[in-house]
Design a protein around this ligand. Structure first.
Ligand code: H53
Length: 825
């Protein structure tokens, strides 16, 4: 308490009045007071910032109130630990959440400002790579909307995911300086910085007759929290996203003073601040760099300290922690939180090991997002020991006790012991973070039914046997606020007209649309919405990239990170086949169903094959688009820098959603859900959440093709020779030969030779094996599209039957199966 007596200081904070005049006043005030300009002297950025501040002002009162109540009730909450949050633009979402969209639009119009123009000024915070980061953003939206106490913890990267440009069709990365004009959505709290230590050594000491170990760190940095509001959808609830930024500690200044080596001291400062400088741009292929481990420890150590020191009441009984909090580990990236938590409880809080371990095993849960072995992080013991020596000791002890228990259960089965050990010995001694998380977590979940099954059967079978009941599934979801309501306002309007309000927070209600699928007027209205979304996309692409989407074309869209397992190459072979058919004269252009193929994909900067595939997509595009023989019936567009903002424009306009990964490789996918909920039909393999989408929408409304996961395994076992598929299939051979001939590289055969030989002699992701099934399925797509009315009916049924994929449902599943954190307040 401040001891304040003024009545205004005692009353709860009051939000400004929700009227157009009230909004105008607040907006102008923010222009004057925060930007120091009058309306007439303001530039667009001033106006955007003042608008953002105005929206913020309405939410802040709720936010402060929620924080106060959370402290008071101490209800159990979720600390979501994630190295990535791919948030997308904030302005529209926060307007929608606060119910201010119309008022703000009118208020700005009254000031002579088009709010749409200000919207376009916001640089989206791209603090994530792909699915995993976007999932975290959807989850915190749902938790706020469901009034579940939650703090999202992460890193405030100064540079988010790189901006992709194309030079001669090849990807060139530009830094994403998203903060260069400042962000009006963040609340920095340098005064609340935490000191985070690294390096040094450990020592034993005598603690009243007991010998204990402790850490004597070598250097430290400050972790400065930046808070972001996470408003629920029109429920008056605002949760917090707390992102940490690294700053040099004063000890660096001291060194300047002592050594007089100013330059060296400044260098050291830069070194510390590098920790939160840049997001690693690898999605599911981590490179094991030291700085990445620094990032991971930096943010989880700050988050745990923040929770224990600032979210708990001062006299909190730590043995009660499992009733108060669950730390959800989003993939292996935050798993170093486990030994950190143990260190704090034992070394700092003086708890004995067994008690601390019992608490830890109830306070953590782990979500695995992959099956790719290269995505499961391991840290060499050498590196861990240098950076976090005490944590390595703790990991060793956890492992020792775990292996004792394994021996008790299974006997001295050395093979099994070696397979289950948290420490692997080859190729170098290292810590398997997924194993550590599995041993420590109360629950381990996969992200789609198939994925969770494979996780238990193939990746962690010994653990599943050892820990019955620990493994579970929570199928991913997406927030309908951003990906339906904001991205597709016209479809949302149509649904509300049919069903009334309320569906946006109760997506199972979309089922009621099934009846409307039989209504010709509704179908016509639905088709008109799709057409309008295509026109809107056309405007966006024209302004952004100078592209035009032709009328009457089917829009066939594949947007996701570029990865071989996702098989953009398969899509490309389909396009080349269609093109080859026309130029060889086998197919008359006039008989081709007009299609525009749209790609969006970033490749990790060090992933050479992925970058080559990007080059090839662009190369095929320029040849196909310019060839008069095609008569404009096939078009390939690849707008650069696919991000959340572009996704929000592309997805509502799509007719066909490409989800064509090799079965058993895509853990879930979430783009697949976004497309289906916006009325695109899916062509897809039986992989990830595609399986569940198909089960829900029905086989008639989904184009399934390709090998199943067991069939993939069978083919590997028999010995896969891609060249046999090449030899056996005329179309495939002609498509590959065309690429090999240099037809897309001005006759230079060497440019795409590595792609061709990879396909013919390696083809880890079995593109050639699934090619002919894919081509057949695409023929079915063409045939289905010819009956527009039937297509529209299927599209409506996709929307009606995919309410399950709301992230609100995912959150309910987590709450019921893992967290046990009921809504509160
Ligand atoms: O996570 C998504 C899944 C998707 C999976 C993705 C992912 C990453 O984006 C990064 C690392 C990782 O291990 C997994 O590839 O299938 O939908 C959200 O669960």
């Amino acid at each position: 308490s401040t001891g304040a007596t003024h009545p205004l200081a005692l009353a709860p904070v009051i939000a400004p009045p929700s009227t157009v005049d009230g909004f105008v006043r607040e907006f102008l005030q923010n222009l004057n007071l925060e930007r120091g300009v009058t309306l007439s002297a303001s530039n667009p950025n001033d106006r955007y910032i003042a608008l953002a501040y105005t929206v913020r002002d309405y939410l802040v009162a709720r936010w402060l109130e929620d924080q106060r109540r959370q402290r008071e009730t101490q209800a159990k909450g979720v600390c979501y630990l994630s190295a990535e949050y791919l948030l997308g633009r904030q302005l529209d979402n926060n307007l929608l959440a606060s119910g201010l969209t119309d008022i703000a639009t009118d208020a700005l119009a009254a000031c002579g400002i088009d709010i749409g123009e200000l919207r376009e000024l916001e640089v989206e915070p791209g603090l994530g790579n792909g699915g995993l980061g976007r999932l975290a953003a959807c989850f915190i939206d749902s938790l706020a909307t469901m009034s579940v106490p939650n703090v999202g913890y992460g890193i405030r990267y100064e540079y988010g995911i790189f901006r992709q440009t194309f030079v001669g069709g090849q990807q060139v990365e530009q830094p994403d300086a998203w903060l260069s004009l400042g962000s009006p959505w963040e609340f920095p709290h340098p005064e609340a910085a935490q000191t985070i230590s690294f390096g040094g050594h450990t020592e034993t000491y005598d603690d009243g007759g007991v010998t204990r170990n402790r850490w004597v760190p070598g250097w430290d940095v400050e972790a400065v929290p930046y808070n972001y509001m996470v408003p629920g959808y029109q429920n008056g609830r605002v949760n917090t996203l707390r992102l940490w930024s690294a700053k040099a500690t004063n000890s660096f200044d001291l060194r300047v003073f002592n050594s007089g080596d100013y330059e060296e001291a400044v260098r050291a400062q830069t070194f510390a601040e590098n920790i939160s400088k840049v997001l690693y741009p690898e999605d599911s292929t981590p490179q094991g760099k030291e700085l990445r481990l620094q990032q991971q420890y930096f943010f989880v150590a700050a988050s745990i300290r923040d929770f224990l020191d600032h979210q708990l009441l001062p006299d909190f009984d730590l043995t009660k922690l499992p009733e108060r909090v669950i730390f959800q580990l989003n993939d292996t990236h935050p798993v170093i939180a486990v030994p950190e938590f143990m260190r704090v409880l034992t070394d700092e809080k003086g708890m004995d090991w067994d008690a601390a371990w019992a608490i830890t095993q109830q306070c953590f849960a782990y979500t695995c997002h992959t099956l790719l072995p290269e995505a499961l992080e391991v840290w060499s013991v050498d590196l861990l020991g240098r950076l976090l020596p005490r944590h390595l000791e703790i990991i060793y002890r956890i492992n020792e006790e775990f292996l004792v228990a394994v021996r008790e259960r299974f006997g001295d089965d050395e093979m099994r012991i070696r397979n289950m050990s948290i420490i692997s010995e080859f190729p170098e001694r290292s810590v398997r973070m997924a194993y550590l998380a599995t041993v420590a977590g109360a629950k381990v979940n996969g992200v789609a039914e198939l994925h969770s099954q494979l996780l238990r059967d193939k990746v962690l079978p010994d653990f599943d046997e050892f820990y019955p009941g620990k493994f579970t599934n929570v199928t991913n979801g997406i927030t309908p606020r951003r990906f339906v309501r904001l991205a597709n306002p016209q479809l949302s309007g149509l649904i509300t007209e049919a069903l009334g309000g309320g569906w946006l927070t109760d997506m199972e209600r979309l089922r009621e649309l099934e009846a409307y699928a039989e209504d010709p007027d509704f179908r016509a209205a639905f088709a008109e919405v799709k057409a309008a979304n295509k026109r809107r996309l056309n405007d966006v692409l024209l302004a952004r990239d100078g592209f035009e989407v032709s009328d009457g074309h089917m829009l066939d869209v594949m947007v996701k990170r570029l990865h071989e397992y996702k098989r953009q190459m398969l899509k490309l072979l389909h396009i080349v086949t269609a093109y080859e058919g026309i130029v060889s004269g086998a197919v008359a252009a006039s008989d081709v169903q007009p299609r525009t193929f749209i790609f969006g994909a970033k490749a990790a900067p060090g992933y050479a094959m992925a970058k080559r595939i990007i080059h090839l997509i662009n190369a095929v595009g320029s040849v196909v688009n310019d060839d008069p023989r095609v008569e404009g019936r096939l078009k390939v567009l690849f707008p650069p820098n696919y991000n959340v903002t572009l996704a929000e424009r592309l997805i509502p306009a799509a007719d066909l959603s490409e989800q064509i990964s090799l079965a058993g490789k895509e853990a879930s996918g979430t783009g697949n859900m976004k497309f289906a909920l916006n009325g695109a039909l899916t062509i897809g393999t039986d992989d990830g959440a595609n399986v569940e989408i198909r089960q829900l929408v029905g086989d008639d409304n989904f184009f399934l093709f390709g090998m199943s996961e067991p069939e993939v395994e069978g083919l590997w076992a028999r010995g896969y020779k891609p060249s046999e598929f090449y030899q056996a299939d005329d179309h495939l051979r002609r498509a590959i030969d065309l690429i090999a001939s240099g037809a897309f590289s001005d006759g230079d055969k060497s440019v795409f030779e590595p792609i061709v030989s990879n396909l013919l002699y390696d083809d880890r992701f079995m593109v050639l094996a699934d090619y002919s099934a894919y081509i057949d399925a695409q023929a079915k797509v063409d045939a289905a599209y010819a009956d527009q009315d039937a297509w529209t009916r299927s599209a409506i049924l996709n929307v009606a039957r995919c309410g399950f994929f709301s992230s609100d449902r995912s959150m309910r599943d987590y709450i019921e199966r893992i967290w046990h954190t009921p809504p509160s307040l």
